[in-house]
Design a binder for this molecule. Structure first.
Ligand code: NAD
Length: 445
């Protein structure tokens, strides 16, 4: 089968209201409730992604200057992984789960039946514009929903490509893409969806939740925040440096789970920073402005916002910018404290503020005083320190002696807590997120 664009598509002209109506009508035919239908749809999507792979990579290069290697490993590969894992397990996940019945209900049998919510809305951000649109979509389809996907307008090439790819795979009444700016999101959010899955900033998350409250629509919010990295005095510094550089500068720091700032024990600060410098040079070259594969900042507004942070403290490394390309060098900032402007909001760029500590407790208090982070990364071999941090700080998820990798495990539900989000997905959790769990007691008569 070759996936061909369906030129009869209506989503270019149809209103959000009519699109949701069409999807609701289709949902009521019951076709998507068949697990075989969902499996066929997921296979079609997989094939479509494979066929569109060169276009996906070109769009990621056009919008963010992502190299093919980075585009494949951090976007396409993760979606294909979700698809394969879901295809291998869906029949088992979708089956009713028989559970024990309380003794006082004699003659009863109990089971939990996962069922699709109905019509789902997926709103995606620009930073991993392919992965963060299509991974949730895998969950929505696997659970048997119809879905409308709203990609980010800030990555127009990926937005257009997503619309073409979905159109080539599915009829609008089943899965559709609605491209557009904030007005399109607003128009969609006025409609009554049965589930909303939003990935983006905390302020817009509040807008989405207010709109969802109007219809009492259950919602997952995958938001951002300032994720700390803590390097304790006993850490393996070379490993920590490698992992921090990979985690912070992937996609030029425009990663929701990037370490936002670094807290390093004073005893090892000098050596760690030396290792980080070596690692940056090794990975990106001594002059990153000459590296054709270092991703660019998404737009001028973010470039200007990030450039202002470079006046904070002093740049221990990097600090140069190239406005025409919206390129900012990997930068380490020293002379920062908790009140510095760069420490007030999520940075979302290749700038790493560094602060030192001698006692861990006051540092943990500072973190706990702030909104709950999406991620936390701790580098130490000391089990007591690991236990202390894990038991003291609430955060979405994280790693010890690593960065980012918790979000690529199918077995670990991924999501935030408090200001960094609510709900989670990936692997089985995506299926569960997009399913209602209908509890049934059947009594023999
Ligand atoms: P954003 O909140 O500005 O936009 C996200 C989506 O919402 C876009 O599709 C946009 O069109 C839409 N939108 C924007 N303003 C809107 C409004 N007023 N009403 C309705 N819809 C609106 O976020 P962004 O700039 O695209 O992404 C960056 C943010 O996303 C960062 O905070 C980052 O941490 C977060 N993020 C979180 C995750 C996660 O998995 N937790 C992943 C990636 C990004």
């Amino acid at each position: 089968m070759t996936t061909q664009p369906n030129t009869a598509s209506l989503t270019d002209s149809i209103s959000a209201h009519d699109l949701v109506l069409r999807q609701r009508r289709f949902f009521r035919t019951g076709q998507t409730k068949s697990v075989a239908y969902r499996i066929e749809a997921l296979k079609r999507l997989r094939q479509g992604i494979e066929e569109y792979q060169p276009r996906i990579l070109a769009a990621l290069r056009a919008d963010l200057n992502k190299s093919e290697a980075e585009g494949y490993s951090s976007e396409i590969r993760l979606v294909l992984g979700e698809l394969d894992y879901t295809l291998a397990n869906l029949e088992q996940w979708a089956a009713p789960r028989v559970v024990p019945t309380s003794e006082q209900i004699a003659g009863g049998a109990s089971a939990i039946h996962p069922e699709p919510y109905g019509v789902a809305l997926v709103i995606a951000p620009w930073n991993y514009p392919f992965q963060l649109a299509f991974s949730p979509l895998v969950g929505a389809i696997s659970a048997g929903n119809c879905a409308v996907l709203k990609p980010s307008e800030l990555t127009p090439s990926v937005s257009k490509l997503s619309a073409d790819l979905i159109r080539a795979c599915f009829p609008d009444e089943y899965v559709a893409v609605m491209e557009g700016e904030v007005e399109t999101s607003t128009e969609l959010l006025r409609e009554k969806f049965d589930y909303i899955f939003f990935t983006g900033s905390t302020p817009v998350g509040k807008v989405v939740m207010r709109a969802a409250a109007e219809h009492l629509t259950p919602t997952t919010l995958e938001l951002g925040g300032k994720s700390p990295a803590i390097v304790h005095k006993d850490a393996n510094l070379q490993r920590a440096a490698q992992s921090l550089v990979r985690g912070k500068f992937l996609n030029a720091g425009q990663t929701c789970v990037a370490p936002d700032y670094l807290l390093v024990h004073a005893d090892v600060q000098e050596e760690l920073l030396r290792e980080i410098k070596l690692e940056i040079e090794d990975k990106y070259g001594a002059d990153v402005t000459q590296n054709p594969d270092f991703p660019h900042i998404v737009n001028d507004r973010n470039f200007d916002r990030l450039s202002r942070f470079l006046n904070d403290g002093e740049a221990l490394l990097g600090g140069r910018t190239v406005r025409e390309q919206r390129l900012i060098e990997p930068t380490l900032l020293q002379g920062i404290d908790w009140n510095s402007p760069v420490m007030q909001d999520e940075i979302f760029g290749p700038i790493l503020p560094v602060m030192t500590y001698t006692e861990l407790d006051p540092v943990l208090e500072q973190i706990v005083d702030r909104p709950k982070p999406l991620a936390l990364y701790l580098f130490t071999r000391d089990q007591e320190v690991q236990d202390l941090v894990l038991n003291t700080v609430s955060f979405g998820g994280g790693c010890v002696n690593e960065t980012l990798l918790h979000m690529s495990s199918h077995e670990l539900p991924f999501g935030g807590v408090g200001a960094s989000g609510m709900g989670s997905y990936h692997g089985r959790q995506s299926f569960e997120t997009f399913s209602h769990h209908k509890s049934m007691l059947v009594r023999s008569v």
